[in-house]
Design a protein around this ligand. Structure first.
Ligand SMILES: NC(=O)NC1=NC(=O)NC1=O
Length: 189
């Protein structure tokens, strides 16, 4: 009935207001938190301490957008040293992240679309990862969120043909995407 529709609309508006207040409070908490607490919120986004320290040092932020824009700008300073530093925290694609740290949990979630029950796919990814590491000397890194195992395998085969310079640029772009997606997750709560 009309009344029921009105009630549902009011309930929905109320729920959205509560969520809006909650997400604002995450930013407010971050702005006001002691340095160590603020660092622990953003450190799991990427294993590059300088990045997290700079994001925390630039507080307070007026909005989440301003924070994400600044954090994104910082990622454009990354080079091969940062890539190596960050890779120590990224499990191979297709291998479930070890340990219980926050990053491992994030990795598991990001790789959730990779069907690890599909043994042919898992084998192909393992072989591709080994080939990639032999050719480029580091773990294959891809923003796995939103990608199926097949998509990832296709990207792995494509990128195996890159030159080292091209591939370093691609890997850095993937690291940026992973980092900024994780940062979105921190403030989307
Ligand atoms: N080797 C990887 O690409 N690892 C990962 N990609 C993601 O999106 N999350 C990971 O842990």
């Amino acid at each position: 009935s009309v009344l029921e529709a009105d009630v549902m609309q009011a309930v929905q508006a109320y729920a959205q207001a509560v969520v809006a207040l909650a997400s604002k409070s995450v930013l407010a908490e971050f702005n006001d938190a002691p340095v160590q607490d603020a660092l622990s919120l953003v450190a799991p986004c990427v294993a590059i301490p300088a990045w997290a320290e700079n994001v925390v040092a630039a507080r307070p932020y007026s909005t989440v957008d301003v924070l994400q824009h600044y954090a994104s700008q910082l990622t454009h300073e990354w080079g091969s040293a940062e890539l190596e530093q960050a890779l120590c925290a990224h499990p191979r694609i297709g291998e479930k992240a070890q340990g219980s740290c926050k990053e491992a949990a994030l990795s598991k979630g990001e790789q959730s679309a990779v069907d690890t029950q599909n043994s042919a796919l898992t084998l192909a990814l393992a072989q591709g990862n080994a080939h990639y590491e032999e050719r480029f000397g580091r773990v294959f890194l891809i923003r796995a969120k939103g990608r199926s195992g097949e998509d990832i395998l296709a990207e792995l085969h494509r990128r195996l043909n890159n030159s080292p310079a091209q591939e370093e640029a691609e890997a850095l772009e993937q690291l940026r995407q992973i980092t900024l997606l994780r940062l979105e997750g921190v403030f989307a709560q």
